[in-house]
Write a protein that binds this ligand. Structure first.
Ligand SMILES: Nc1ncnc2c1ncn2[C@@H]1O[C@H](COP(=O)(O)OP(=O)(O)O)[C@@H](O)[C@H]1O
Ligand SMILES: [Mg+2]
Length: 240
C-alpha cells in the first residue's frame, strides 16, 4: 500500500532532519511515528504528501512512485490532519469539510450529502453543527471536524501530525477511542505522528521510533515492548 525506502531530508545548510527512513504499510494499517521533539517526525510526514520534497529516497503509494506524480494531485489524494484540526477560522464547518470535494468540483448536491455523511461519521449532528464556525466548537469537536475534512474525498491514506496533543486528557482519551472505532469503519491506511508512547501503543499496528532523524526501531508494539533494539528504545518506552 505504502512503501518508503531510504528517505532522507537535508535542510540547508547542513541539517539532516531525516536520515534513511524505510517502512511499509498494508492497507488499513496504522503506523505511529514516535520520538522526541525535533527528531524528524513532521518532516517525514510532510514528504509523504509532498509538502516537502525528499533529498533522496523513494515513496510508493499503491505501487506508483509519488515523486513522479503531480504534487497537487498527490496532496489531494492524501488526507492530512494537524493539531486543532487546522481549520480555516472564517469558514463554516460545511466549508471546511468540503474543501477537497470543492477543489475536485463535485456537484453541490454530492458535496452537501458528503458533508452530512462525514458529520454523522464523527458523531456530530449535521443540523446542529453544519453552519458553525470553528471558534464555536470545543477543541475535541474541532479535531473531529479536522478528521471529517481529511476523510471527505475518501483518500486511500491519511496522515496525522500530533492531532490530539492540544486536548485535555479526558477528551483525548475519548477521541483516541473514536479513532479506533473509525478505523474499523473506514479502514484507512494511516501514518500517525505522536510523542506519546501510550497513544502510539494504543493506535499503532506498527511503530517507528526515531532519534535525530534515524530509525532506532521499527516493528509491532509487541516487538518494541518485548525486544527493544537497544537501550534508547528500552528507556524511551519505559520513561514516557
Ligand atoms: N524548514 C526547515 N528548515 C531548516 N530546518 C528545519 C526545517 N524544518 C524542520 N527543521 C529541522 O529539522 C529537524 C526535524 O524537525 P521536525 O521534523 O519538525 O521534528 P519533529 O516533528 O519530530 O519535532 C529539527 O532539527 C528542525 O529544527
Ligand atoms: Mg512535529
Amino acid at each position: 500500500m505504502i512503501s518508503v525506502q531510504n528517505l532522507r531530508k537535508v535542510f540547508s545548510p547542513n541539517i539532516v532532519a531525516v536520515d534513511d527512513i524505510s517502512f511499509s504499510l498494508k492497507e488499513g494499517e496504522t503506523l505511529c511515528l514516535i520520538g522526541t521533539s525535533g527528531c524528524g517526525k513532521t518532516t517525514t510526514l510532510k514528504m509523504l504528501n509532498r509538502i516537502l520534497e525528499p533529498s533522496s529516497g523513494e515513496i510508493h503509494l499503491l505501487g506508483k512512485n509519488i515523486l513522479e506524480q503531480d504534487r497537487i494531485e498527490v496532496r489531494r489524494r492524501i488526507g492530512y490532519v494537524i493539531q486543532r484540526g487546522g481549520l480555516f477560522p472564517h469558514w463554516t464547518v460545511a466549508q471546511n469539510i468540503s474543501l477537497v470535494p470543492r477543489l475536485l468540483k463535485w456537484s453541490p448536491e454530492k458535496i452537501k450529502s458528503r458533508v452530512e455523511e462525514m458529520l454523522n461519521l464523527v458523531d456530530l449532528s449535521p443540523v446542529e453543527y453544519i453552519d458553525r464556525y470553528p471558534a464555536q466548537l470545543s477543541g475535541g469537536q474541532q479535531q473531529r471536524i479536522g478528521i471529517a475534512r481529511a476523510l471527505a474525498a475518501d483518500p486511500p491514506v491519511v496522515l496525522f501530525d500530533e492531532p490530539f496533543s492540544a486536548l485535555d486528557p479526558i477528551t483525548r482519551k475519548q477521541i483516541q477511542e473514536e479513532f479506533l472505532a473509525l478505523k474499523k469503519k473506514v479502514h484507512k491506511t494511516s501514518v500517525f505522528v505522536t510523542h506519546d508512547v501510550r497513544e502510539a501503543f494504543l493506535l499503532g499496528d506498527k511503530i517507528l521510533l526515531m532519534k535525530q532523524g534515524k530509525m532506532e526501531q521499527y516493528g509491532t508494539p509487541e516487538e518494541l515492548q518485548n525486544s527493544p533494539a537497544n537501550e534508547f528504545v528500552r528507556n524511551f518506552i519505559q520513561n514516557h
